[in-house]
Design a protein around this ligand. Structure first.
Ligand SMILES: Cc1cc2nc3c(=O)[nH]c(=O)nc-3n(C[C@H](O)[C@H](O)[C@H](O)COP(=O)(O)O)c2cc1C
Length: 453
């Protein structure tokens, strides 16, 4: 079996994944707004040799609240947050090898400023940055807070394609990698290696020089997670690492095949795209103890959160439907994944499910051996390249994984020991180069010929 890669799911807010575990007595994420919290997470992850920490992000909040108009602030549901790019910079200062993947929205960011922020992070972390490209399929309140109209589902991906073209031009085409000479008796940079970019697309325009020079990876490692048809098409074209929500092995296997097929139709090698599934768990010394821990997690949550939280992802108010309504009757222009994954269930089933698991999928509850076995079964059954470890109570759940599950996976030879190469791209993709592969569409925008080793 191949060696698996591991990242840790994090979120710079008190809760995450649509549940409200902030009241759990062991949860320290209610102090997500302190530097100490992030230093501690960074140290735990680098000591455990995780490939990266992933910082999810969302803008906006739910205004569909069941009967409680103030529920978002009362239960810290997507409000308040911190900016993941700034948190990543703090974690970069605390670590040397750990990758840092941040979420950025192609609907809400401006590509020119965003390209600079990512290149800055890639420079100061010496090539450890990844970008989770999202089209922001969550609350329409985000668009109204930015003062822009909400854009329909598939069109958001057209917009994202245009956004990608601008940032590729800036990252790959404006400054050649060896433009900087830093010669105190000569010049700082060679102007012949600095190029203007011109972009006039359907959604974005830019004309001028990149504001940052070529960073160690050029383009940050590109992550993506859309599973709708249009989302998969986008991921197969641009994504280097695709996250799957944790569903059944059969469903994940289908998604893996479909994404690799999309990559091939975009002219890429099928294995140039790595697939990582999110994986949630509750570990106990015994199965009984794990079950008790899981029940304590459920008891810590306010059931009223589920309606508002589901609406944040889909805009759908499940409290307004007869609980027997089949989910296949519902449609959204926000996150379609969060509707289609419940095909076969009713509105009532989904409300219960969402209270327990949110967007995260059902955790594996058992001993460390049970959890390790579940990881192996999923990796083999769905042909996965790795896992996005998704803790429920932070940092206790991560520590459980690191202390009890990871050693078993290492003993079985399927979790790496030692960091090896330093850039995130080389390590995660098993690539011999820190920059985009030649068959990636972003490579078309290069103003230089990469040195072939
Ligand atoms: C593991 C994982 C992490 C995700 N993180 C975020 C995130 O931080 N922000 C966000 O807006 N969407 C996030 N998503 C949602 C996807 O990016 C995507 O918007 C969603 O699956 C809907 O895509 P679709 O409409 O193409 O199905 C995540 C999805 C998964 C599976």
């Amino acid at each position: 079996m191949k060696q698996l890669r591991f990242g840790l799911f994090e979120n710079a807010q008190a809760n995450d994944s649509g549940t409200a575990t902030w009241r759990h007595p062991d949860n320290e994420r209610d102090h997500f707004d302190s530097l100490d919290y992030w230093r501690n997470i960074a140290r735990i992850c680098e000591d455990a040799q995780f490939d990266f920490v992933f910082l999810a992000d969302a803008w906006g909040w739910s205004e569909i609240d069941g009967s409680r108009p103030d529920i978002c602030s009362e239960e810290a549901l997507d409000l308040p947050r911190l900016d993941p790019a700034v948190v990543a910079a703090a974690m970069a200062a605390e670590t040397e090898k750990l990758g840092l993947v941040i979420t950025g929205s192609t609907l809400l960011e401006q590509p020119y400023a965003f390209a600079r922020r990512m290149a800055t992070l890639d420079h100061i972390s010496a090539g450890r940055i990844g970008w989770n490209v999202v089209t922001t399929g969550t609350a329409e309140t985000a668009a109204s807070a930015f003062g822009i109209p909400m854009v329909a589902h598939d069109e958001r991906y057209n917009m994202a394609d245009d956004f990608m073209e601008v940032v590729y031009k800036l990252w790959e085409g404006s400054w050649e990698p060896d433009a900087i000479e830093r010669d105190k008796s000569g010049r700082f940079a060679d102007p012949a290696k600095v190029h203007r970019i011109e972009h006039e697309g359907p959604y974005f325009r830019s004309s001028g020089y990149g504001n940052t020079s070529y960073s160690p990876q050029g383009t940050p490692v590109l992550f993506q997670a859309g599973t709708s048809e249009r989302g998969r098409q986008f991921g197969g074209r641009h994504g280097e690492c695709i996250f799957l929500g944790g569903s059944s092995i059969e469903k994940m296997a289908e998604q893996v095949k479909a994404i690799r097929a999309e990559a091939v139709s975009a002219g890429r090698e099928p294995d140039s795209v790595k697939l990582m599934a999110s994986f949630s768990y509750v570990v106990g010394e015994t199965r009984e103890e794990a079950q008790e821990k899981f029940e304590a997690i459920l008891a810590a949550q306010d059931p009223g959160v589920a309606v508002a939280s589901y609406a944040m992802f889909t805009g759908l108010d499940l409290s307004a439907y007869d609980p027997r309504t089949p989910m296949t009757d519902l449609h959204t222009e926000l996150s379609q994944t969060q509707v289609t994954r419940f095909a076969g269930l009713t509105v009532g089933d989904v409300l219960k499910d969402w209270h327990a698991f949110g967007v995260r999928g059902k955790p594996v509850v058992g001993t460390a051996e049970d959890v390790a076995d579940a990881i192996v079964d999923r990796a083999e059954g769905a042909d996965l390249d790795g896992f996005l470890i998704t803790p429920i109570v932070q940092p206790a759940s991560t520590i459980d994984f690191v202390e009890h599950v990871l050693p078993i996976l290492r003993e079985r030879g399927i979790a790496p020991s030692g960091y090896g190469q330093t850039t995130l791209r080389e390590r995660l993709l098993g690539s011999t180069s820190a920059v985009l592969r030649d068959d990636h569409p972003g490579a078309l925008f290069r103003s230089y010929s990469p040195v072939v080793a």
